[in-house]
Design a binder for this molecule. Structure first.
Ligand code: ADP
Length: 749
């Protein structure tokens, strides 16, 4: 016969233990006893009891502790406290802590049976309630599973209808073209045309089926190939081969920027190839002829960041939510007569999400789109060998954080070993100047009157001193250790250009020694300086290198990216920086991705077209008009971060025994700049001088150094009293050219 219930009596008094056993056993209960708390607990843990009678006052584990240990083990065991007169308050306390009831010594058999029976009744009820709750929860789960299944069935049916429809249209088109031929409706001279049309639609069908199969594989995580650490730069190079031909057929500029040290990501190489091919293929497809596509790959240390930017048709805001759903194509894409399956982006998103990443798009209709994806970097070594052409460095972006409140102390620590210069207030404007008090450093500046170039190429410098007798010359090098703090990215690009200029051909030791002694702390611009800035058009809105440290304002702190070992050493000097947390990286990514929309493109065309635009504009009437307006004051050249023309003259001492050779800034806008000793002046007219200025920026410098000679800082536009601006001049030339080409339509950017 099975017992009615299993009961454990835990009491240090033998009489109570035995008494309870004698009273309960004849009632059909199975009773076990324990002499103290630890024995009781051991039996509870090893057995299967429905009810425990426990003395509240025992040596060893106290009754209350025992109670909580029993409940911890199995909250379903009913606990009844045995208490003496003096311990009633303790028993009441025990009830508050989950005991069912208490029974006071001395008690009768009837008292005991009544309390035990009630306790067991309560347990039965509790168990029943639990069972019902469980059944209810299961029923709810079943109902929701059923609803989900029905929903899935419905969407599966809808998807199959959609797929069938999508597959049907090209097949039906192929069939009707062929039928027309077979039925003799197509004259022989048109037959080829019809067959070509049929072949094109058949190709579409094959692409569609290929995309569907790929998507199926990705979704079911089937036949995926080897999962391994993959170098996205290698995959990108492979994906680019066929795409380069497509871009060049459309006369587009395909620009690829791969930052050094991008760590591998985990996944399947073919899937990432598909990601790049779809994003870049779309950018080329949805960008008109002559536009530009920029692909970039970089890292922030924790994540690999890929971006594909184009200057194409853009995506209407109402289409963005549905962009990543099967077969969706925006109206402007459909209207453009460019064919597509509407599956490419779904595949891309699936690849990114399978690899644990995320992606998004920013776009402006008529201006272009930027697709960005983030994938978690893996620390494992890439399986593929490192490419030969690129030196793979340590991941550059060892990201640190400096609280804004700690910045003055950090700058002060730098001042102990370096001359620190940076943006300071100058009346109502800002300019780079020496920092003697860290609080003077204004990292919230918009632009500076002069660019930081003046610290590398001073307005006036002595190149060497000499003695006339014996013609002995002593070079003068002034290259004290200096930090230029807070350099905006446009100025950073300008310094990189100057570095190339002064290191090419006859190396300029004066510039280069100063440059070697200079460290640069760059500052990311999160908003344009003012309406004259056109850095976005000139692609100088961000910089992947050229700095020792790079700051991004996160509100209460700066994210600090380390660019060089020297930069690392600066940070180590003071300990103000701490490693970035995942939250900091999130804030940084947000700040960097949100900034792009704040900057307008101001050129009506892609800046990469400038050299050819200039070549076509030699005879433009615009130069004459500019010549009429120009005051030849040279302000444009003097504030320019990339102008580097200089004049050199010798100054003799009064007695003529010694002298110095002095270099000073010069300007191609000044009357005498192109005058030579014979009295000839090669650019006598202001028109010729203006033309020369714009040709240098847009054609000569890019031809010599591979970089445009203008970084879009807008300083010359601000400084010009007669409002001659690069944006105005270049857009006017572009309009002239478009009109003369019969287009009249504005290009992108
Ligand atoms: P499709 O084969 O139609 O290009 P995708 O899934 O690759 O299919 O893209 C879906 C839709 O997203 C496109 O039809 C188009 O409307 C829009 N789209 C994708 N990439 C771009 C882009 N770079 N520029 C403009 N629109 C784009």
């Amino acid at each position: 016969m099975t017992a009615r219930a299993n009961i454990l009596v835990i009491d240090d008094e033998l009489g109570i233990r035995e008494g309870c056993k004698r009273a309960l056993t004849p009632q059909g209960f199975s009773v076990d006893t324990a002499r103290d708390g630890s024995e009781g607990l051991e039996k509870i843990r090893g057995g299967s009891f429905d009810l425990a009678l426990l003395d509240v006052m025992m040596p060893g584990i106290s009754g209350l502790d025992l109670l909580s240990l029993i409940r911890e083990h199995d909250p379903g065991i009913v606990c009844i406290i045995i208490t003496g007169y003096a311990t009633v308050p303790l028993a009441v306390n025990a009830i508050k802590q989950g005991a069912y009831d208490f029974i006071s010594k001395p008690f009768t058999v009837d008292d005991l049976l009544m309390t035990v029976n009630q306790g067991l009744e309560r347990r039965k009820l509790l168990m029943e309630t639990k069972r019902l709750q469980k059944i209810e929860a299961e029923a709810r789960q079943l109902a929701s599973d059923k609803a989900r299944l029905e929903e899935l069935e419905k969407s599966k049916a809808a998807f199959i209808r959609l797929v069938t429809h999508e597959l049907q249209s090209p097949a039906a088109a192929v069939q009707s073209y062929l039928q027309l031929i077979l039925d003799g409706y197509v004259p022989p001279e048109k037959t080829r045309e019809y067959v070509e049309k049929a072949a094109a639609r058949a190709r579409e069908e094959v692409t569609l089926i290929g995309d569907l199969l790929e998507l199926g594989r990705l979704r079911e995580l089937k036949d995926r190939g080897q999962i391994a650490p993959i170098r996205l730069d290698d995959v990108l190079r492979k994906a680019l081969e066929p795409l380069e031909a497509q871009a060049s057929q459309k006369g587009q500029r395909l620009h690829v920027e791969i930052a050094p040290g991008v760590p591998p990501v985990r996944g399947v190489a073919n899937e990432f190839k598909s990601l790049w091919s779809n994003l870049i293929g779309n950018a080329i497809k949805y960008t008109p002829e002559g536009g530009a596509v920029t692909v970039s790959l970089r890292t922030d240390g924790q994540q690999v960041i890929g971006q594909v930017r184009d200057t194409g048709i853009g995506i209407p805001p109402e289409a963005r939510d549905r962009l990543f759903t099967e077969f969706f194509r925006a109206e402007n894409a459909k209207a453009s007569s460019l064919r597509g399956t509407g599956l490419g982006l779904v595949i891309v998103k699936q690849v990114v999400e399978t690899a644990g990443g995320q992606m998004w798009v920013e776009s402006e209709v008529g201006r272009g789109s930027t697709f960005t994806f983030l994938l978690p970097a893996t620390v494992e070594e890439a399986a593929a060998p490192a490419p030969v052409v690129e030196v793979v460095q340590e991941p550059r972006a060892k990201l640190r954080i400096i609280a804004k409140s700690a910045m003055p102390a950090f700058v002060a620590s730098l001042m102990e070993h370096y001359e620190v210069v940076g943006p300071v207030a100058k009346n109502t404007q800002f300019d780079f100047g020496p920092i003697t008090d860290p609080r003077d450093l204004r990292l919230d500046y918009d632009t500076t009157i002069l660019p930081p170039k003046k610290y590398l190429l001073p307005q006036r410098e002595t190149l060497f001193t000499f003695k006339t007798e014996g013609q002995a010359a002593t070079p003068v090098f002034d290259a004290a250790p200096r930090i230029i703090f807070g350099v905006h990215t446009c100025d950073l690009h300008a310094l990189r250009l100057l570095d190339a200029v002064f290191a090419t051909g006859q190396r300029d030791e004066h510039y280069l020694r100063r440059r070697a002694a200079t460290l640069i702390v760059a500052l990311e611009c999160l908003a344009p300086c003012d309406s004259h800035s056109f850095c976005k058009s000139m692609d100088t809105l961000s910089a992947a290198d050229g700095f020792d440290l790079h700051l991004v304002d996160l509100g209460d702190a700066y994210a600090v990216e380390v660019g060089t070992p020297a930069g690392e050493a600066l940070l180590a000097r003071q300990g103000a920086a701490h490693p970035a947390t995942a939250d900091d990286v999130g804030r940084l990514n947000k700040a960097l991705s949100e900034k792009w929309t704040r900057f307008p493109y101001r050129l009506d065309f892609d800046a990469g077209e400038l050299p050819s635009l200039m070549a076509m504009s030699v005879k433009s009437p615009l130069w004459g008009e500019l010549g009429e307006r120009c005051l030849a004051c040279a302000a444009c050249n003097l504030v320019c971060p990339t102008c580097y023309c200089f004049d050199v003259r010798d100054a003799l001492s009064l007695d003529g025994a010694t002298g110095e050779r002095i270099r000073t800034w010069d300007s191609c806008q000044l009357d005498e700049f192109a005058a030579v000793a014979t009295g000839e002046n090669f650019r006598e007219s202001r028109a010729a001088r203006q033309r020369h200025r714009f040709f240098r920026k847009g054609k000569y410098i890019p031809e010599m150094h591979g970089e445009l000679g203008c970084v879009g800082c807008g300083r010359c536009a601000r400084a010009c009293l007669v409002k001659i601006t690069p944006v105005g001049v270049w857009n006017a030339l572009y309009a002239e050219h478009s009109e003369s080409a019969g287009g009249g339509e504005k290009g992108k950017r």
